[in-house]
Design a protein around this ligand. Sequence first.
Ligand code: PEP
Ligand code: MN
Length: 457
Amino acid sequence: MPSSDRTLHAVNLPSDWSPQSWRSRPAMQLPQYPDQAALEAALAELRALPPLVTSWEILALKQQLAEAQEGKRFLLQGGDCAESFDACTSDVISNRLKVLLQMSLVLVHGLRKPVVRVGRFAGQYAKPRSADSETIGEVTLPSYRGDMVNGPAFTAQARVPDPRRMVKAHARSAMTMNFVRALIDGGFADLHHPEYWNLSWVGHSPLAEEYRRMVDAIGDAVRFMETLSGSEVHNLNRVDFYTSHEALLLPYEESLTRQVPRHWGWFNLSTHFPWIGMRTAAVDGAHAEYFRGIRNPIALKVGPSVTPDQLLRTIDLLNPEDEPGRLTFIHRMGAAGIGDKLPPLLEAVRRDGRRVLWVCDPMHGNTESTRNGYKTRRFRNIRSELEQAFELHAAAGTRLGGVHLELTGEDVTECLGGARELTESDLERAYKSTVDPRLNYEQALEIAMLIVRKQAQ
Ligand code: PEP
Ligand code: MN
């Protein structure tokens, strides 16, 4: 191992692994491309393009996640269910970054610990689907699988998987990354001052008084720090921000899996923090095989059908040497199921002394359809799952170390409820998601405040 590689923990590269070894395993959710030559050409192009992130950023994030495992940090991971090529615009990107930074400021002050900030963006372009096809009236077409695979329009032509879309997704991810890095370097300074935030919703909440006190306390703390340093607090401006996406489309991920001069092993350089979705989490499947060999910190979605035994086998495969920061479990059970499903998993991992970061995704187990055909989620179910998660971890002697949310900085109406009590009739006003419903700006900030409130209890 080169001496420049200051890792937390020496781990061995699995000798029987390569960036292609997933190809010999059953692969779920991958598109069938009609034109193999076009696929090969797109992948060759991707293999030659520069990466989107660096190995040292990846290792820095792994270190932060290791600290989160010890309770010294809290993970905030959020963004769209699916990014779209059309929504790669300056407003969408900067508003999403703003809400995430504002949430993280609420969490830093309320939890009194640093926050690990991870966006679900700059690569969240491939989607797993419950059904391979979709029928409207008399017409059945293949499902939309994210802009990186095919188009959302309900036409036969749009739904054909097109490998050129991977090249476009790489470019869109690079543009997003570039803009996020520039905004962060530029400071985004007014974000530290809650007096500039849009907080008109707070008055609509039954917790208005409590929220106002919280916001005032953040403002006081920021002003105090600025007085101390005599000027703008510099390190308030310099924040770390990392990216993540579901590494579903393995040919794309493989093409950005590289070796680098200064660190041993293989890195997925398309994102800092890839995760395995619930539908592709089989321990003997292609996705687990691919993830096993990369050095990134990795996450796995854990749904209600996972057994304690499966979870322990997954740990054996993905983190056999118990490396700090390596493995995150994102549980997504649903408000109605979490009380039964989660405790046996927490107990098994704790009893075995395995090191994982536990994160709650209160979105994906709480999706429902309205009478008028919208896919939505109720704020009260999202809140309930999150609150139960804190309580169940406390009871099990484990720690909830983060949240994973689908959110946007835009004023959409996709999830029901929240301080403004959005109703079914509000959904048609600004429903923009092509896949899952997201928290809007106000609902997302409200969740951050609820987390602080819960932790203070
Ligand atoms: C998602 O995060 O958008 C998703 C599909 O989640 P899950 O794999 O948990 O269903
Ligand atoms: Mn989703």
